[in-house]
Write a protein that binds this ligand. Sequence first.
Ligand SMILES: *Cc1c(COP(=O)(O)O)cnc(C)c1O
Length: 449
Amino acid sequence: MNNLRQWDNEHVWHPFAPMQAYREENAPIIVSGDGFDLMDADGNRYLDGISSLWCNIHGHRVPQIDDAVKEQIDKISHTTLLGMSSPPSIELARKLVEKTPAGLNKVFYSDSGSTAVEAALKIAHQYHHQKPGGSEKRNRFVCLDHAYHGDTVGSVSVGGINLFHQVYGDLLFETLRVPSPVAYRVPEGHTRESYLQHCRDEVVRVLDENADQISAFVIEPLVQGAAGILVHPKGYLKFVREETAKRGILMIADEVAVGFGRTGTMFACEHEDVQPDFLCLAKGITGGYLPVAATLTTNEIYDAFLGAPHAGRTFYHGHTYTGNPLGCAAGVASLDLFETNHVLDNVAKTSLVLSERLSELADHPHVGEIRQRGLMVGIELVKERDGAVPFDSKLRIGHQTTLAARERGLILRPLGDVVVLMPAPAMPIERIHELCDKAFAAIDAVVER
Ligand SMILES: *Cc1c(COP(=O)(O)O)cnc(C)c1O
């Protein structure tokens, strides 16, 4: 154990982690899991309050998924999808097509949410060159302020989180931006309503002014996760779909975070009956077991890539571990469990319990706003509610809450000063109560009532 800690600090560069602070913190070294609990090398047990970074669905060490992966290991662990195929990748593709919104019939695999978005951007770009009716030079993308679509250079280009993205500015391609339709801190001169209307007007203006140059509109449907669980108003997604469709602009729905039950339906687009041209999936696709991602698209787009090999219409893109059989076997087993365990029914119940419990924080003097959609929750901590005055970022209030939660046997990971609760869709009600008890106690320990 002592060696592990020392070697972690000496050799492992952790993602999205200020390493100087990390090394002083004795962060848990997780050695095993059991249902919705995580065990560390010091013998502590924690409730997994963030679905192991938003990807776990049915819990850890789920017998059906474990068995599916073990059975596949006994056959083969990896074989390529470049010019060949494998049963789990075929079966998972078929199931995804069945479960996703109508019209999405083709599945392009990759390994992470970032690469799922990256593939969609490139396919959209190439599609406009090769589509029936003649090539068009549509090389601009529209994205939302504060968007997060991953950390590769293309996905960062369509992202908008300054803290993560600013330093790469000169590496990125230019995009068109529209404001996020959320109204916690509205610019001066606006009311909530007038600001949300302004956000819609901006979509129309940007699309009108650049209509024939825009390749696609990239959006996280309903909830902008990494931005701090920003919940869009009802109807915005459908509005974007209608405005893009009118102008021949493709829509890329990045459901990497919101997919697989987190907002109450299997996919967030279902809430507004929206059919995107691309659906990007990752995080929950394997139940949170293995790195697999998928970019789904329509026959129309796929067909533009057909032709004799020498015609140069091929999509020359793909990763070594694309469609990995172990990951796809886990994905198939996870989708089966949604049915056998009635996971979406559970989400309906647990998200109600969460809303009820969250109301306990409604008049907490340091809770500025509580945002929830299904099982995605953001509790924004502020110095003063009046005027939504933030804490000094040096205080790392969100991070302090994580440390306080750890002492109480709960794993959390904040987004700045937004405390995120992201229970697994299959988490039972008693554990949701435990999550709230511990999280609220941690908040009170850091910012007194
Ligand atoms: C997490 C996330 C990504 C990136 O996924 P990775 O697997 O971390 O590359 C992309 N889009 C959204 C909406 C996400 O939440």
